[in-house]
Design a protein around this ligand. Structure first.
Ligand code: ADE
Length: 315
């Protein structure tokens, strides 16, 4: 479905005979190197499709971004942020890998690893306690890696967590990320790399998972991702996120007043962990290290082993 534009301009990526110190055949990939397949997902200015490398037969997911739309909607900055973030983070097993980028006259192409089992949101209602423990541990490991690289994701939610062929998670969608977060290691009275309050800043993220400090437009910090982690952990046990309502305004009100309930059938250690994360003051939320040490994760080995074991079976 991707047409090569009927361009009369020379494509800057096409190797030319007049480039003596370049190999005859450019190593740079382009549209012609892939056979495009089914649509995996559609965003407001991008479409993700499956694609097969014509030579190697390797399968990928290609995110195709419409240049005109991105420019018209003032989203150029976010496309660049996504590319920069993926370049920096792509080598963790829990993050979607960016293999190549290229463009034609109308579109940008991000060639990504294919997460063939789709979104976590399609499985989260069937989670057993071992599943919740395993997938929460993987997610925490990824968030730790993102934060260590001075990046805040800002839009963590089950729709942005995909499952690969081995049912391990792959975090996607870094278009809302904040890069180059400055480090302020002292927890008690610092903003932990927070951005300065800015009244003009618009809401970034998804209503149900957005933290109170982002809503109040004060600042975003690493703990804002931890808030989203808490919401997702809740959802693994309850089947829906903690703050839900008929409309976005009501959702925000519930978040700002910390109006949520944990049903009685949630295991006590999970309930306690959720309560110690979903706190209005970001400085009071457990840190990643404290979460790892929480009794809910008893028996879990974090780090490399998490990405080598066979995930628990879903119900
Ligand atoms: N949807 C968006 N990105 C994807 C990917 N890399 N694999 C599968 N589905 C996706």
């Amino acid at each position: 479905f991707v047409r090569t534009p009927p361009s009369t301009h020379a494509n800057p990526e096409t190797p030319t005979a007049a480039a003596p110190d370049r190999p005859q055949q450019s190593l740079k990939k382009g549209v012609k190197d892939f056979k495009f397949g089914e649509i995996l997902g559609e965003g407001s200015y991008s479409t993700v499709v499956t694609a097969t490398d014509i030579v190697t037969h390797r399968e990928y997911a290609i995110k195709i971004v419409d240049k005109r739309h991105v420019i018209k909607e003032n989203k150029v900055k976010y496309v660049n942020i996504e590319k920069d973030a993926l370049h920096r983070l792509s080598h963790h097993p829990g993050i979607i890998r960016l293999y190549f980028t290229f463009q034609d006259e109308y579109r940008l192409y991000f060639v990504l690893s294919l997460a063939s089992n789709g979104e976590l949101s399609d499985y989260i209602r069937k989670f057993t306690e071992p599943c919740a423990q395993f997938y929460a541990a993987q997610l925490l490991d990824v968030i730790d890696y993102i934060h260590e690289n001075n990046i805040i994701h800002r839009d963590l939610k089950p729709e942005n967590i995909l499952l690969d062929e081995n049912m391990r998670i792959k975090v996607i969608d870094f278009g809302s990320a904040k890069l180059n977060v400055v480090d302020t290691p002292i927890k008690a009275d610092s903003e932990d790399g927070a951005s300065k309050p800015d009244a003009r800043k618009s809401f970034v993220g998804t209503a149900e998972y957005v933290s109170p400090e982002v809503l109040l437009d004060k600042y975003v910090c690493r703990a804002s991702d931890i808030w989203a982690f808490g919401c997702i952990l809740y959802q693994m046990f309850v089947g829906r996120p903690p703050f839900r309502a008929a409309n976005e305004y009501q959702v925000f009100q519930n978040i700002l007043h910390l109006r949520y309930e944990i049903p009685d059938d949630v295991p006590p250690s999970a309930a306690e962990l959720i309560r110690e994360i979903l706190l209005l003051d970001p400085k009071e939320r457990l840190t990643i290290n404290e979460i790892r040490e929480h009794p809910f994760f008893e028996g879990v080995t974090f780090g490399k082993p998490l990405w080598e074991v066979t995930p628990p079976r879903l119900k």
